[in-house]
Design a protein around this ligand. Structure first.
Ligand code: MLT
Length: 263
């Protein structure tokens, strides 16, 4: 992992392989480790860049509100620090997709293509915002284990591999409670980005696990219909963590998309 000075903090960034750059942006409250299967399989052909976002993984904890805009600006600064000036493919899962909306608002010129995995364009409902506040309070009182206990049952399809669940639990449990709370506040205040979908100019791939209960296949299919140049791919036997649950199917979809969009 490289240690990069980014916008007043130090961020840990995996940067492997050569060729067209693919920026992998993890979900909440995870780390770059969720992309291990993609980094391993695609590295021979592509340059895979997978940061631990501010506060997550190996990075220092954060407090307050961690906005999606701040995280998008960090990603642009990471590309600058790595001296990547050619257009990239941005691939984000869930919170990584929320951040993509701010990346599109502020740094669209850096994009060659876009991959949105198991994510949503809409803002949180009133109830969703209340649940974020409740979870933040619970985590600040009872620790990050409370977050993994509450979230894990919704992240995978039924009968998922116990080793995957264990791996994800470890990633969540080492995330600082204050970072979890700060990201929850950032997600709760993110704007509705549905209206921007028709203005996305780059080739886009949407990937969703057929059993994703957080960002459902029907919601993501509607997103794909609103984006002008978009391919929709539903992954069988997968939930919200499709890239971890069915890595071969997800990798094949990503490679076919990158080849078809001439990366
Ligand atoms: C994620 O996987 O990033 C989360 O499920 C996002 C969310 O809580 O909305």
């Amino acid at each position: 992992m490289k240690q990069l000075d980014i916008n007043g903090t130090t961020l840990s960034v995996a940067d492997e392989g050569e060729g067209h750059p693919v920026l992998l942006v993890h979900g909440f409250p995870l780390s770059h480790a969720m992309w291990s299967a993609q980094i391993k399989a695609l590295t021979p052909a592509f340059r895979m860049i997978a940061p631990d976002l501010r506060g997550f993984g190996a990075n220092d904890a954060v407090e307050g509100t961690l906005s999606m805009e701040q995280l998008a600006d960090d990603l642009a600064a990471i590309l600058d620090a790595l001296e990547i000036d050619q257009p990239i493919t941005y691939c984000g899962l869930s919170m990584g997709g929320y951040i993509a909306c701010d990346f599109l608002r502020k740094h669209a010129d850096r994009l060659q293509s876009l991959i949105l995995c198991d994510t949503r364009a809409g803002a949180d409902s009133e109830e969703g915002i209340r649940n974020r506040h409740k979870l933040a309070e619970t985590v600040m009182t009872h620790g990050s284990e409370a977050c993994s206990r509450i979230m894990l049952p919704n992240l995978f399809a039924e009968n998922s591999d116990a080793a995957l669940v264990k791996a994800l639990r470890s990633i969540i449990n080492v995330t600082a409670p204050s970072t979890i709370a700060a990201a929850l506040m950032g997600m709760a205040t993110r704007p509705d980005s549905t209206d921007m979908l028709p203005s996305i100019k780059v080739p886009t791939l949407i990937i969703v696990g057929e059993h994703d209960n957080i960002s459902t296949a029907s919601e993501m299919r509607s997103m794909s219909e609103a984006i002008p140049n978009c391919i929709f791919k539903e992954i069988a036997d997968a939930g919200h963590m499709a890239p971890m649950e069915q890595p071969s199917d997800v990798n094949n979809a990503i490679v076919a998309f990158l080849q078809s969009s001439q990366c």
